[in-house]
Design a protein around this ligand. Structure first.
Ligand SMILES: Nc1nc2c(ncn2[C@@H]2O[C@H](COP(=O)(O)OP(=O)(O)OP(=O)(O)O)[C@@H](O)[C@H]2O)c(=O)[nH]1
Ligand SMILES: [Mg+2]
Length: 476
């Protein structure tokens, strides 16, 4: 899959230096290689132009992660841009049903899926694959033979259905739109929750073909209209996709024959050209060779450098971990302020009832003792903190009785409530300090946890040849 595209891209990356900074001239050199690789793979010219411009902008503007080689960092940028090009995260519509299935299921009644495409694109095979996939997910699909063009077409679907033990609705004669209408009725009667319509193909996008599919779409109002595209046909596939998209309200694309010597053009251009997400990939002739589409997986396959991408991700997350660590250090060092307390309250609100989760931390229950853990007054407590000046929040020790009275008035609470909150705050601060000194169980736990994950991360990075000093990490 994508062998020659992968090779060309890799040779373009090798133009980037392994040491030092990313030089504009090196980046441009590599970009020329990337451009040629994409064009040779039959990616649409306008797509290539935009993609190369986006990669250039990021590669030149990117903060250099000192620990990784420039080449590796550009691989990651190209990977991210390919993912974005193929639809990023919005492949799966957020609709009722299993979140792992990239199909918009009907809220009520059977979900009707119409398959359209050129002759030989793989519609009939994909219908059977999809039915098989949905059956494995606990659905009850009905296949519908709506290709009355070729006498053998109905038989082909019936044979496939039989081999998979999936019901097929077929009629000896009749017009496809009517057949589809009757099939949907039969599906309701037969308790099927998905109806998959296999339509006729044509050699080219022509009026007859379009008229027929449009008529079917008008009669049964499908929830999904998938365009089945042969990825081997590259640019042609994209052109026909555009033509289909202009006459049919397509909702998604299924790319077939990715197991062949695919150049990659269709996979990379179709989303940008039609705006329609790729939903599934066909990766072989067998009925189990259908996969939900994941842009990041395909991008990794195209680049053939999954390990480099994850290396850069790890280097980035090591940086993030350092930040988390700093925040924890601050918290346990005794510099816990009322602002931190407010932030915690907000976090607590997001986490749900405090008593439920705090008890899960070993040793914490007893460490808390009789501290006021009632969370109903959280809202009130927040209001009290918000009535303080920023300086008071940072240094609550300045809160003398007159300031406390002002805060009580400002937050609509009693002086007693303000005093209780301050008492809780002081208890918490004390507790944090004890934990942080390593004396408390929590402190030991946290320290060990951080130490362990840090060591693991460092080992990994070192194994990959990352210069730890560059990351600002010591190497013990
Ligand atoms: N290698 C490979 N072959 C596939 C794939 N999908 C379909 N095919 C093959 O492509 C050929 C055409 O598939 P069909 O499913 O009959 O195509 P169609 O779009 O229904 O064709 P018409 O009904 O004639 O329009 C068959 O030989 C399939 O086995 C795939 O993902 N990989
Ligand atoms: Mg067919």
């Amino acid at each position: 899959m994508f062998d020659s595209l992968t090779q060309r891209l890799q040779s373009a990356f090798s133009k980037l230096g392994r040491k030092g900074e990313l030089k504009d001239s090196d980046v441009d050199d590599a970009l020329r290689g990337i451009r040629t690789a994409l064009l040779t793979a039959d990616v649409h010219l306008s797509v290539v132009k935009q993609l190369v411009a986006d990669i250039r902008e990021r590669a030149i503007g990117e903060k250099v992660l000192e620990s990784v080689q420039p080449e590796q960092q550009v691989v990651k940028i190209v990977h991210d841009e390919l993912v974005r090009l193929m639809g990023g995260d919005d492949v799966k519509p957020s609709m009722p049903g299993d979140a792992t299935i990239p199909i918009q299921f009907a809220a009520r009644g059977p979900t009707v899926i119409l398959m359209a495409g050129l002759q030989g694109a793989g519609k009939t095979t994909t219908c059977a694959k999809l039915a098989n996939y949905l059956k494995s997910k606990g659905r009850r699909p009905l296949l519908v033979a709506a290709d009355m063009q070729r006498p053998a077409a109905v038989e082909q679907l019936k044979v496939l259905g039989e081999s998979l033990d999936i019901a097929v609705h077929s009629e000896a004669s009749g017009r496809p739109p009517k057949i589809c209408q009757r099939a949907v009725k039969a599906a309701v009667a037969g308790g099927h929750d998905v109806v998959i319509l296999d339509t006729a193909g044509r050699l080219h996008v022509d009026r007859d073909l379009m008229y027929e599919v449009k008529d079917i779409a008008a009669k049964v109002d499908p929830h999904e209209i998938f365009l089945v595209l042969d990825s081997m046909t590259g640019q042609d596939a994209v052109n026909s996709a555009k033509a289909f998209d202009e006459s049919l309200p397509l909702t998604g694309v299924v790319l077939t024959k990715l197991d062949g010597d695919t150049r990659g053009g269709a996979a990379l251009s179709v989303r940008a050209v039609t705006g329609k997400p790729i939903r599934f990939l066909g990766t072989g002739e067998r009925t189990d060779q259908l996969e939900p589409f994941h842009p990041d997986r395909l991008a990794s396959r195209i680049l053939g450098m999954g390990d480099v991408v994850s290396l850069v991700e790890r280097a980035q997350s090591a940086m993030q971990e350092q930040e988390v660590e700093k925040a924890a250090e601050k918290m346990f060092s005794g510099s816990f302020t009322m602002e931190d307390m407010l932030a915690q309250f907000e976090q607590v609100e997001r986490m749900g009832p405090m008593k439920e989760w705090i008890g899960m931390l070993p040793g914490v229950g007893s460490a808390l003792g009789d501290m006021d853990m009632d969370e109903k007054p959280l809202g009130r407590a927040k209001a009290i903190i918000l009535s303080m000046t920023p300086d008071e929040r940072r240094r609550p020790d300045v809160l003398d009785p007159s300031r406390r009275r002002r805060i009580a008035r400002g937050s609509g609470s009693s002086l007693d409530e303000v005093n209780r909150l301050l008492k809780s705050y002081k208890q918490m601060r004390q507790m944090m300090k004890q934990m942080g000194s390593g004396g408390g169980l929590m402190g030991k736990m946290m320290n060990r946890k951080f130490q362990k994950s840090k060591e693991k991360q460092l080992r990994e990075l070192r194994k990959q040849g990352v210069n730890l000093a560059d990351l600002g990490l010591s190497s013990q």
